[in-house]
Design a protein around this ligand. Structure first.
Ligand SMILES: Nc1nc2c(ncn2[C@@H]2O[C@H](COP(=O)(O)OP(=O)(O)OP(=O)(O)O)[C@@H](O)[C@H]2O)c(=O)[nH]1
Ligand SMILES: [Mg+2]
Length: 299
């Protein structure tokens, strides 16, 4: 069984970036060194690095080809560069479908890759009710992001409606913010620099990652929680395709046998996957599991 958090207990230097309206909101609760970048309307204050974009900046970001944008080294670009210069691991958050997040995220992901060992980008895709042009823009942005500059965790907003069909849009955004950001904070308590090397191999550049969650109590709690997590609306691809994964387990009194049971169950469903496990303390008799499952893009 592959465990995260073993090896030297040296924690990676983490930086978090929120891009555009959705990204800035999503990182508001993050406990790491954060940078938010967007128009003045997007920036929600707080004691972290703030990069305010003018309308001219936004116009050039939207109309300039990413490679040219990089070579221009505008003021905002240099501020982000400075912020991530000694980072080992960078998380970027954005909502695709608008102007800033969609156009800037791929550029920032490439920039961060020049410094950090791992860059994880978490993006939402718009709700269908928003507009079809938003979805088009979002999918285009997603495609240009998979120019092998990072690993992308994608959260199509629509899938949330399968869990909570009657949520008003504003509330739904808030729920998505939490779903998107909780995992990076939890992982941080476990990951060491040695883990980054392994994860880099497991999740090659351009990997697509999705999220699932389950919890249960009582008899067969491991099995029930795992089945719930595997039914996640975000696992909308065949699980046999999964090549790598992270299983974060929260439970008290877990022994080796429980670990092995979970590893065996996952192995049956995802025979090709290298799954790494991390155990965290639980609450009462509850067993909770977060699954991040990834597959490499077919070139
Ligand atoms: N999770 C979350 N998603 C949001 C939020 N606000 C907007 N979104 C989603 O993110 C997409 C992009 O919206 P924004 O983040 O406002 O876009 P932007 O990057 O700021 O770009 P512009 O608004 O066009 O300047 C929207 O289509 C929504 O689907 C939010 O507060 N939280
Ligand atoms: Mg916006």
């Amino acid at each position: 069984m592959l465990l995260l958090g073993s090896g030297r207990k040296v924690r990676p230097r983490v930086r978090v970036i929120g891009v555009g309206g959705a990204g800035c909101n999503a990182v508001a609760e993050s406990t790491f060194e954060r940078l938010v970048i967007g128009t003045p309307l997007d920036l929600n204050g707080g004691a972290w690095t703030t990069v305010s974009l003018t309308e001219d900046d936004v116009a050039s970001i939207v109309t300039t080809e990413p490679r040219t944008l990089t070579s221009l080294r505008a003021g905002w670009y240099q501020k982000v560069d400075e912020f991530v210069t000694d980072a080992d691991l960078v998380y970027i958050f954005a909502g695709l479908g608008g102007r800033v997040g969609s156009h800037l995220t791929p550029v920032l992901a490439s920039l961060c890759r020049q410094h950090a060992q791992i860059v994880v980008t978490s993006v939402t895709l718009p709700f269908s009710v928003e507009s079809s042009s938003r979805m088009e823009l979002a999918l285009k942005a997603l495609e240009s992001k998979t120019q092998r500059s990072d690993n992308t965790i994608t959260f199509p907003n629509d899938h949330l409606l399968r869990l909570a069909p009657d949520l008003p849009l504003r509330r739904a955004f808030g729920v998505m913010d939490r779903i998107m950001t909780v995992t990076h904070m939890e992982l941080e308590r476990v990951l060491t620099v040695d883990d980054l090397k392994n994860l880099r191999q497991d999740f090659p550049l351009g990997s697509q990652v999705r999220f699932g969650y389950g919890s249960a109590e009582g008899r067969n709690r491991e099995r029930v929680a795992l089945q719930e997590a595997l039914r996640s609306p975000w696992f909308d691809f065949p699980l046999e395709m999964v090549t790598a994964g992270i299983a974060l387990i929260y439970a008290d009194d877990l022994d080796d046998l429980d670990h092995r049971l979970i590893a065996t169950m996952l192995g049956r469903i995802m025979p090709l996957a290298r799954i790494r496990f991390a155990a965290r303390d639980g609450e009462g008799g509850k067993f909770r599991i977060v699954l991040l499952l990834g597959y490499s893009q077919v070139p």
